[in-house]
Design a binder for this molecule. Sequence first.
Ligand code: ATP
Length: 269
Amino acid sequence: MEGFGVFHRDVVLQARDLCYRPEAGVTLVEHVDLDVRAGERLAIIGPNGAGKTTLMRMLCGMLKPGNGLVHLDGESLDRLPMAERARRIAVVGQSDQPDAQLAVRDYVGLGRIPHAGLRRRSDDRDVVLDALERTGLLALRERRMGSLSGGERQRAQLARAIAQQPHLLFLDEPTNHLDPRARGELLEFVARLDIAVVTVLHDLPLVAPFATHVAVMSKARLVALGTPRETLTAALVREVFGIDVLRLPHPDEHDRELTVFDVPIRLSR
Ligand SMILES: Nc1ncnc2c1ncn2[C@@H]1O[C@H](COP(=O)(O)OP(=O)(O)OP(=O)(O)O)[C@@H](O)[C@H]1O
């Protein structure tokens, strides 16, 4: 494993020197190194155009890196057969376009394909029902995918990923169609799955409650990697996002701190 040094058994995903340059003079991701261990939840954050989605697509094998290596469970991702990759990794992307005519439960059932091919196994039905129940979609299981709201469709995509029973889950902005309460509920649900998660997240207030680790991207580079407390410093948030972050004592709960991202909208001068 050249360039990877000692492989630790609990490291699920290892990336070294990842770069992506679609054409001469254009660099979307530059020299990214990171590890994700079992049970960790990594949030990739950064401003629009920073390279977050490009990085995530390389980490999950959807995009071949221009340079660098990605290892899954100690094996090179690009040498793993597709079926084996699909048994270990589930991806909920931004641009997934589910077939509008499919019933919700059949759509979620597609998550079983890597395990059983097109042949149905007896436990598949239970796994699908469990995924529907855990995402609050049981009552909608006979509905067509095309009839769901944006938030319901997002939950169906997550249910399909859960039905895949992966041990590494990739999510690209999983909260973007959800109302504030549903955002927290969805991330709480994902955290309780107790599997390794890599997610692109724009919702800064949810990063610290959800993520065990944060990768901060800015202008194609990884500018910080660590726990939320190590990375979401006032100085870094100001430098990367151009906004202030304030940590205030909770007025009622003395053991809690409120983290406020101060986004000014000034209508008058
Ligand atoms: N094939 C390409 N050729 C040139 N530029 C590209 C290509 N693909 C993406 N880009 C640009 O690269 C930059 C990084 O894109 P990426 O989608 O990774 O950013 P992001 O951090 O996920 O952004 P957002 O928060 O807006 O989703 C963007 O400015 C995008 O327009």
